[in-house]
Design a protein around this ligand. Structure first.
Ligand SMILES: Cc1cc2nc3c(=O)[nH]c(=O)nc-3n(C[C@H](O)[C@H](O)[C@H](O)COP(=O)(O)O)c2cc1C
Length: 217
């Protein structure tokens, strides 16, 4: 087996490696490839195929990471929504270089995205906010995301106050709630292969286009 030090792999294993290797096509457009992989993840993942790790860093390079949900994407970037006064948003405002990471366990795939985050436009944020369930919209008013909460009752009281306030009226998007679009400079597709000979295809932005490079696993 390849993995055992000093023991050469068997011919059958070698044949399997060679035969079972439909490599990621480097001629793909990375967005077409992302669409295909996301479609397959939607069919295979138990829940939240759009869940992604968002990594941010302070200006002096201290990193932090958390999960957010991808709520829209196209060639211009990958969009998630959040509180603009949260830890992540404060870090993005100070340092817009971020990374996103999808891990689709059932497919044994990951996609790594690196790029620059920009706030989405007000009308785009309004449209998404208005599509959310009523209680989620009210929750956006009630939560000071990432700031200390002395006890749960405070949050529940705030929620009740907001429910009463908007009982008979539309719920506007809070000024502290919007989306970030990550414009990608690099997108790497990674797929599990036997014997840890995984396939990695890195797409890097060059002006208006992309160049693709295969990487050692
Ligand atoms: C599956 C999942 C999805 C989540 N989606 C979001 C999201 O879309 N937006 C968001 O602000 N937080 C989301 N969260 C919560 C974040 O992980 C995080 O706790 C919160 O945004 C505060 O992060 P921060 O203090 O680093 O700003 C999600 C958590 C999980 C586990």
């Amino acid at each position: 087996m390849v993995a055992q030090a000093g023991v050469p792999y068997q011919v059958a294993d070698r044949d399997r490696i060679v035969k079972d290797l439909p490599m990621i096509n480097l001629h793909n457009n990375p967005f077409d490839l992302f669409e295909a992989w996301m479609g397959e993840a939607e069919a295979s993942e138990l829940n939240d195929p759009n869940a992604m790790t968002l990594a941010t860093a302070t200006p002096n390079g201290t990193p932090s990471a958390r999960i957010v949900l991808l709520k829209g994407w196209d060639r211009h970037g990958f969009v998630f929504y959040t509180n603009l006064e949260s830890r992540k948003s404060i870090e993005i405002i100070q340092n817009p270089s971020v990374a996103l990471l999808f891990h689709w366990k059932a497919r044994k795939r990951q996609v790594r995205i690196e790029g620059i985050a920009c706030k989405v436009g007000d009308s785009e944020a309004d449209a998404y906010f208005d599509s959310r369930p009523r209680l989620s919209r009210i929750g956006a008013w009630a939560s000071d995301q990432s700031r200390p909460l002395a006890n749960r009752e405070i949050l529940e009281r705030r929620l009740e106050l907001e429910i009463a306030k908007y009982a008979d009226s539309p719920i506007p998007r809070p000024p502290h709630w919007s989306g970030w679009r990550v414009a990608p400079d690099a997108i790497e597709f990674w797929e599990d292969r036997d014997f840890r000979l995984h396939d990695r295809a890195l797409f890097s932005r060059t002006g208006n286009g992309w160049i693709a490079t295969r990487l050692f696993p």
